[in-house]
Design a protein around this ligand. Structure first.
Ligand code: NAP
Length: 243
C-alpha cells in the first residue's frame, strides 16, 4: 500500500485532502500541531470507510520535530510515496507592526516547514525512485496581498521551491507540483468580516468562495497517475479570481 503524509491535516484543506487521498488507496499520516481531537476525528472518518490512517503530532517549523515525524513514518509505513506540504498559518497586518518573532514564525511555518519535510521525504522517495510532493501555495504568492507581505513572500517562495525541486528530483522519478488556492472557506479565513467575504465572492467569476474539497480534488489529481507527466507546475484553484 502506498503511503502519504499530509501536514496540517486536522482541519480545513488538509483534512479534506486526507479523506480523498485515503479514498484513492493510500495509507495516510495525518499531521497536526496541537489539535489532537480534530486529527483523530479525521483518522476515524477514514478508518470508518475502510481506509488506513494514523495521526502524527509534530510542529513542521522545528527541524527536530520534523525528524520525529519522519521517524514515525518510517516505523509505521516503511517508506513514503506522497507528501502534501499543507500546514500553514497566516498573519494579516502591516509589515511595520510585525515583530521579529511574528516574521520568524511565519517564515519557519509557511516556507521552511515545507522545505524541511521535502528534504526528509526526498531521502525516502529517492531510495525507491518514485514519489510525489505537492506543496500548497496561495494566489497571494502569485500576485501579492497588501497586509500579507510576509505570507505572500513565503508562498512565492513555495512556488520557486516547487519549480526548482521538480528539476532536481525529476531524474529520480519524483514529481513536485503545487496547488495555488484562492479564497477557501476554512478557519484561516474566520477572521474576515462578512463584507470582505462578500466582496471576495463578487470578485470571483464563479461567484462563490472555494471549499476545502475544491482544493483536495486538485491535490488528488496531482497525486494520481492521471498527472504522471506533470511536474514543476502551479495549479490555481481559485474560481477564476484575478485580484
Ligand atoms: P487551517 O484551516 O487554519 O488549518 C491549518 C492546519 O495546519 C491545521 O491542521 C493546523 O494544525 C496545521 N498547522 C499549523 N501550523 C502547523 C505547524 N507548525 N506544524 C504542523 N501543523 C500545523 O488552514 P487552511 O485554510 O486549511 O490552509 C491550509 C493551507 O492552504 C495553508 O498552507 C494555507 O496557507 C493554504 N491556503 C489557504 C487558503 C484559504 O483561503 N484558506 C488560501 C490559499 C492557501 P492544528 O489543528 O493542530 O492547529
Amino acid at each position: 500500500m502506498k503511503a502519504a503524509l499530509i501536514t496540517g491535516a486536522s482541519r480545513g484543506i488538509g483534512a479534506a485532502a486526507a479523506e480523498l487521498i485515503a479514498g484513492a488507496g493510500y495509507a495516510v499520516a495525518i499531521n497536526y500541531r496541537e489539535n489532537e481531537t480534530a486529527a483523530k476525528e479525521v483518522a476515524e472518518k477514514i478508518t470508518d470507510f475502510g481506509g488506513t490512517a494514523i495521526t502524527v503530532r509534530g510542529d513542521i517549523s522545528s527541524p527536530e520535530e520534523v525528524s520525529r515525524i519522519f521517524e514515525k513514518i518510517k516505523d509505521e509505513f516503511g517508506g513514503l510515496e506522497l507528501l502534501v506540504n499543507n500546514a500553514g498559518i497566516s498573519y494579516i497586518g502591516l509589515l511595520q507592526d510585525m515583530t521579529d518573532s511574528d516574521i520568524e514564525r511565519l517564515i519557519k511555518t509557511d516556507l521552511m516547514g515545507a522545505i524541511l519535510c521535502s528534504r526528509e521525504a526526498a531521502k525516502l522517495m529517492i531510495a525507491k525512485k518514485r514519489g510525489s510532493i505537492i506543496n500548497i501555495a496561495s494566489m497571494w504568492g502569485e500576485v501579492g496581498a497588501s497586509c500579507e507581505a510576509v505570507y505572500s513572500a513565503c508562498k512565492a517562495g513555495i512556488i520557486g521551491f516547487t519549480k526548482a525541486l521538480a528539476k532536481e528530483l525529476g531524474p529520480s522519478g519524483i514529481r513536485v507540483n503545487c496547488v495555488s488556492p484562492g479564497v477557501i472557506r476554512t478557519d484561516m479565513n474566520s477572521g474576515l468580516n462578512r463584507e470582505t467575504l462578500r466582496e471576495l465572492t463578487e470578485d470571483t467569476p464563479l461567484l462563490r468562495l472555494g471549499e476545502p474539497e475544491d482544493v483536495a480534488k486538485a491535490i488528488a489529481f496531482l497525486a494520481s497517475d492521471e498527472s504522471d507527466f506533470i511536474t514543476g507546475q502551479v495549479l490555481p484553484v481559485n474560481g477564476g479570481i484575478t485580484v
